[in-house]
Each structure stands twice: as C-alpha cells, then as structure tokens.
Write a protein that binds this ligand. Structure first.
Ligand code: PTJ
Length: 243
C-alpha cells in the first residue's frame, strides 16, 4: 500500500494500476515497457498538463462532438489506466467503444471488454469482419459498425502503424502520446502530448463544454488547429526546460 503522503504517490499508484492490469489479464507484458517509456517522457514535461496539451484537448473535443460516427479504441494499457473515464467519455460524446489490441489475444480482448462493462460502459464492440487496410497484424481486424465505419477514431497509446493506416483510409485520428516524436504523434490529426490519466478527465470536461456549439463554430475551430505547431511547441517546451 502506497501512502498518499508519498511525493510520488500518483506515479506509483499508476504503476500499480498497470501491474494489476497485467495480473488481471487485461494489459500485455509489453504494456509495462510502453508504460515505462511514457513515464520517461512525462518526466520531461514535468508530469503536468501543459498549454500544448490543453490546446490539443480542445481540438480533440471539437472533432469528437462534431463527428458522425466517433469511436474510442481501447487497448490493454488504456483500459487498465482509464476504464471509468472511457465509459464516461463514451456516454458524454456519445461515441462507440471498441476493443482493439496490438499483441494478439482473444482472451485478453474479452477481459478488456468485461472490465470496461464492469466500469460503466453500456456496450463494447469487438473486432470482427471489418478490415483496416494497409496493415497485416492483429489490429487489421476491426468492427464494421465501429472503427470500420468511423469518421473520427480516438486511439490513445497507439503503436504507430495503425494511426497511419487509419489516416490513409481518410479518418481523423486523435491520440494521446507522451512522446511527441513517435510515428503516431506525427501522423495523427490531433496529438495530445500528456499522460492519458490527466488528459481523460480534461477531455470529458471539454466535451461537456463544446457539445452545444454549432457545427459551423466547431468546423471553424477545427480548421484553425495545427497539429505540427502543437508538436513543435511541446518539443520547444522540453528543450527550454533543460537548457
Ligand atoms: O494492449 P496492446 O496489445 O494493444 O498493447 C498496447 C501497447 C501500448 C503495449 C502497444 O500499443 C505498444 O507497444 O505501444 P508503443 O509502441 O510502446 O507506444 C505507446 C506510446 O504510448 C509510447 O510512445 C509511450 O510513450 C506512450 N505512453 C505510454 N504510457 C502513456 C503514454 N502516453 C500517454 N500516457 C501514458 N500513460
């Protein structure tokens, strides 16, 4: 048990959640390594949501609330860290929730679905006969009613290939990735450079704030957003912090 008074309480508690995810059969062992990489980048931004993160969160909310068929794609890390927030975001947008994992395991897909339902999700789609073109691995399979026909896909902690493939298919992709240099960060329409555990509650609030905006207003705001600028702002921030 980690005492709340510990200066690194949140970081250690989050590690516990990922380790428990592995123990429950939700998160893959590789997920532990991915988490460590995330921690290193979080350290570089001072473990706080920065202005470039907030700007991207707003843009993500504009895209999600104006989408025709928005889908939240969930892998083993995202589920272990944010199950309740995923259910809540799905209801607020409203958006479909779909399980889609990189390291193939039918058993893990079912456990992720059940965990999301236990944490408040009404319905969770599973990969089936839909195909994400341009990729060969397990992530190729998706649900035709979910990612298959989505216009906007929210895919935090992504592995790279699929983000590019979804973009090539003409979909808008929103990601959360602490590494602004990753292929996913560079190819997404909107990259939230922040820890997903901090970004999710802020995204839920942003969706609540912008839900009532007109399509015209939302489109105007989307047009103004420049993801490349956001990525350079994050890199500038990191280099200034350490110079
Ligand atoms: O459950 P599966 O099989 O789909 O596997 C999920 C992982 C995450 C293991 C898989 O997608 C993977 O290997 O991802 P990568 O290529 O390691 O990329 C994950 C990215 O997420 C890296 O750039 C990390 O820096 C970043 N990341 C890790 N933890 C967090 C994070 N970004 C935001 N918040 C985090 N908590």
């Amino acid at each position: 048990m980690i005492p709340k008074s510990h200066p690194r309480y949140l970081s250690l508690k989050t590690r516990d959640n990922i380790v428990n995810g592995v123990k429950m059969g939700i998160t893959s062992e590789h997920g532990l390594i991915a988490h460590g990489r995330g921690e290193a980048f979080d350290y570089l931004i001072g473990e706080k949501t920065r202005k470039f993160g907030l700007e991207a969160i707003d843009a993500a909310a504009f895209l999600l609330v104006s989408a025709k068929n928005p889908v939240i794609s969930v892998n083993g890390n995202f589920a272990a860290l944010c199950a309740k927030d995923i259910a809540s975001l799905g209801k607020k947008i409203p958006a479909k929730i779909e399980v889609n994992i990189f390291h193939t395991s039918k058993k893990r897909e079912v456990k992720i679905r059940d965990f999301l339902i236990k944490n408040g999700a009404k319905e969770v789609l599973m990969p089936s006969t839909g195909i994400v073109k341009y990729i060969d691995h397990n992530r190729r399979y998706c649900n035709p009613l979910g990612i298959g026909s989505a216009d906007v896909v929210f895919v935090p902690l992504e592995d790279g290939d699929r983000c590019q493939a979804l973009r090539k298919m003409g979909k808008e992709v929103i990601t959360v990735d602490l590494n602004p240099l990753s292929r996913t960060s560079k190819s997404a329409s909107v990259t939230i450079v922040d820890n997903v555990i901090r970004a999710m509650p802020l995204l839920i609030k942003a969706v609540e704030r912008y839900r009532s905006f007109s399509k015209m207003e939302l489109n105007a705001r989307i047009r103004k957003y420049d993801n490349k600028k956001i990525l350079s702002k994050s890199l500038n921030y990191i280099s200034k912090r350490f110079s």
